[in-house]
Ligand binder design. Structure first.
Ligand code: GLU
Ligand code: ZN
Length: 461
């Protein structure tokens, strides 16, 4: 990492109460860029909207950034603390005749647009009315009539928009509150931001951003990189209603932060050697904004789950136990988890699956479907009877129990997997779980025998 750098980027979430996976991707790509180039990674909460200026709408966002270990430099900047900067910028724009006051309501603008044939956006009605400030009057930025506004995006190359197609947009609401567009530009300038790395949904804002930047005389503009949109399986933009979009939900669903972070890095980007699952330090080394693909990226929960399984398998057993402990119910389940950790790690793809691998410690789990499936076989009664004798082994170890089990299968002339089912369901209530013999060792001889007997009686009283 370069020691000194004048580069600065920022993640600028709006307080929505949760961290959207798309926002998390923006945060991550800013962080990767910063760690890769030595840039500072700043964090700014865009809470100009006074209704959103409530800590509880920001807490989860910061918590999830911490959970993902996306550490930022310096203190969090809150736009709600910086009103005077925005007022000064607006005053400067007003003084330089870049603005005008407007008292149109949304309905009035819409009605005029409809009458004129349906062109959306503001029609410039108040441009030359010479209104002064007053209640109910917003401040609009007067965009140029001719020429075009262009920029080179690191991910999308050259982007150009005719100024005639950029409406005179509001920079201060009639309530006096500065708008996102204005505050965003003022803060990027005052914070010395050199790289604006953000979602594609802001691509349309960038020409307005640049017009404001120039009108405010801020000098050289930042470099832009607009990240790809995230889409679901139907190639539709992720939506809160249809899709699981909150990072916190993935945490609750038992995903590991390292796996989540690794997966998010693969949305629109991939390492040149194609090795996708790898330590974050390597991703930092390989990451280049220029290599990000602008096409929409499929947020594939199956692939995320697969990667999560890999990360779970790679954990040291005690680390796995510590993390999975939060998801299991009590000390008995935790003891089983500790005893069988490597075997569970092999199988669980998320931490929320872990309880089903240990909850049989309290007694066979009540699952009628599992029971019917395993016990409908004619072999079930014979397997249970046979096991009761066969498991009378000298030493209660997985090896001896396994040998006894193979003998039993031979004696019953049955394939071993056909008798695994009834025995497993008799003892745990479940058709899947850790290897049977390790389960039996954990339960101990007496408890195993008691459960076999109970199951046998239940089968034919
Ligand atoms: N506050 C904006 C958002 O949450 C981000 C603006 C930006 O990154 O420039 O979408
Ligand atoms: Zn107007």
């Amino acid at each position: 990492m370069p020691a000194e750098s004048d580069l600065r980027c920022r993640f600028a979430p709006s307080p929505t109460g949760y961290l959207h996976v798309g926002s998390a991707q923006s945060a991550l790509f800013n962080w990767l860029f910063a760690r890769r180039t030595g840039a500072q990674f700043l964090l700014r909460v865009e809470d100009t909207d006074t209704e959103r200026n409530r800590p509880e709408l920001t807490d989860n966002i910061l918590d999830m950034l911490r959970w993902l270990s996306l550490d930022w430099d310096g203190d969090v900047v809150h736009q709600s603390d910086r009103g005077s900067l925005y007022t000064a910028a607006v005053d400067a724009l007003v003084a330089r005749a870049h603005t005008y006051y407007c008292d149109c309501t949304g309905e009035q603008v819409q009605a005029r647009n409809k009458a004129a044939g349906g062109k959306p956006g503001y029609d410039g009605h108040c441009r030359d009315r010479g209104l002064g400030p007053g209640p109910g009057r917003a401040v609009r930025f007067r965009t140029p009539d001719d020429g075009s506004t262009a920029f080179d995006d690191l991910i999308r190359e050259h982007v150009a928009v005719e100024n005639a197609n950029i409406e005179d947009f509001v920079i201060v609401r009639s309530s006096g509150a500065p708008l996102f567009l204005l505050a965003n530009v003022v803060d990027d300038a005052s914070m010395g931001i050199t790289h604006v790395i953000r979602g594609e949904d802001h691509l349309n804002n960038t020409p307005k951003y640049l017009l404001l930047w120039e009108a405010l005389g801020y000098g050289p503009v930042p470099v832009f990189a607009h990240l790809p949109l995230l889409v679901n399986e139907q190639r539709k933009k992720l939506s809160k209603r249809r899709d699981d979009v909150s990072v916190a939900d993935y945490k609750d669903r038992g995903f590991l932060p390292e796996a989540m972070r690794n997966y998010l890095a693969l949305l629109g980007w991939g390492p040149p050697d194609g090795i996708e699952v790898r330590p974050i330090e390597q991703i930092v080394d390989l990451f280049r904004l220029e290599d990000v693909n602008p096409s929409p990226a499929f947020f594939d929960v199956k692939k995320l789950t697969h990667i999560n399984g890999e990360y779970i398998r790679a954990l040291a057993a005690d680390d796995f136990v510590a993390r999975a402990s939060e998801f299991v119910a009590d000390a008995d389940e935790r003891a089983a988890l500790a005893a069988l950790a490597p075997l569970i790690q092999e199988r669980a793809k998320t931490l929320t699956e872990v309880p089903a691998y240990v909850d049989w410690v309290h007694g066979p789990v009540d699952d009628a479907r599992a029971w019917d499936k395993a016990m409908k076989s004619a072999l079930a009664a014979a397997a249970l009877d046979g096991a009761y004798e066969a498991f009378d082994v000298t030493t209660w170890t997985a090896d001896d129990l396994h040998a006894a089990f193979i003998d039993l299968a031979d004696r019953l002339e049955a394939p071993p997997r056909k008798i695994d089912g009834p025995l497993r369901v008799a003892v745990t209530g479940r058709t899947v779980g850790p290897p049977l013999f390790d389960v039996l060792v954990h339960l101990g001889r007496d408890e195993t025998m008691a459960r076999l007997r109970t199951a046998r009686e239940q089968l034919s009283p």
